[in-house]
Design a protein around this ligand. Structure first.
Ligand code: MG
Length: 308
């Protein structure tokens, strides 16, 4: 377990998020390389996930929901969607975090990417336990997104982060990486898109074709696969994230999710300084990643799996 990869995953999320946020604003694709520092709700909620896992030394839905609410109330201007603040109000009024409250806003539950966008700390925390990772990804998702497609998208993104944090960049085999994801994922829309990624990796497709086959919008199944493809079809952090953001659509979230995977793979040293330098709250994000890393190290030693 390399600390630099843990830090890379969280800093990568915020970097991709802020670059994407700029792209969604007023700047064109070429300019995006050198601007961007302010992150959005994606990173703000990712921070909430990390804080809760650290404070509770594991997952607790009520605790995590409380963190979400506090962080939202401190910074409501981060660009939150329409749903989460309403759910936060319901929880504050005494409703249970796992009461599938999103179904009162979205019939059948939300299948947006709001759970996948914030999942990176869960990918790190459970990087050596895929089944626990899946369970916690589903449960954490349920606070705001109870549709099975949202939960599965969150689990898939978390698992991609976990695979990336466990591998040596020089050993990255995109087809093997995809095979692992295919073995993990359970729902057909995701299986189909992972197949599509495989065929896209064999050619050098135009962006239009990628968007048509993988999507670039706010549904989890139309954005998590685009993030995975952005990572696998490029060769370093910068090219992965620039590509993700260039797909347009829900660029901050696709940027954030790509940044998480690429940051976990290439480590924090793989993220260009001109981006890291400008990133707001960088030191705090580093500290959160460090704490997760320390907890994991401690748990491993207690379980007798430690090297030291
Ligand atoms: Mg956002």
């Amino acid at each position: 377990m390399e600390l630099s990869k843990f830090i890379g995953c969280l800093i990568g999320t915020a970097t991709g998020d802020s670059l994407g946020a700029q792209r969604e604003g007023f700047f064109d694709f070429l300019e995006v390389r050198d601007i961007g520092s302010r992150y959005t709700d994606d990173t703000a909620m990712m921070i909430g996930v990390a804080e809760s896992l650290i404070e509770y030394t594991g997952f607790d839905g009520e605790h995590m929901a409380k963190r979400f609410i506090e962080n939202y109330e401190r910074e409501p201007w981060r660009g939150y969607g329409w749903g989460p603040p309403r759910i936060f109000r319901m929880i504050k009024s005494g409703r249970k975090w796992n009461g599938m409250l999103d179904r009162e806003i979205y019939p059948g539950g939300s299948f947006g990417n709001g759970a996948a966008m914030r999942i990176a700390p869960i990918g790190l925390f459970y990087c050596d336990d895929p089944e626990r990772l899946r369970t916690v990804a589903y449960q954490s998702s349920r606070i705001t997104h109870s549709h099975e497609l949202a939960m599965e998208g969150a689990a898939l993104e978390a698992y991609a982060d976990a695979l990336a944090v466990n591998l040596k960049p020089s050993n990255l085999n995109k087809y093997e990486f995809l095979r692992e994801l295919k073995k993990f994922v359970k729902l057909k829309p995701y299986q189909d898109r992972l197949e599509a990624i495989e065929s896209l990796l064999d050619k050098n497709p135009k962006r239009d074709e990628v968007i048509k086959k993988l999507g670039n919008s706010i549904e989890a199944f139309n954005s998590v696969p685009a993030a995975i493809y952005s990572f696998l079809s490029n060769y370093d952090f910068e090219s992965s994230v620039v590509y993700a953001v260039s797909l347009g659509g829900d660029a901050d979230t696709i940027g954030a999710m790509t940044g998480a995977i690429a940051g976990a793979c290439y480590g924090v040293e793989g993220i260009p300084w001109r981006w890291k330098d400008r990133l707001e709250n960088r030191e705090y994000l580093e500290k959160l990643a460090e704490k997760i890393w320390e907890i994991k190290r401690r748990l491993n030693i207690n379980e007798g799996n430690g090297i030291e």
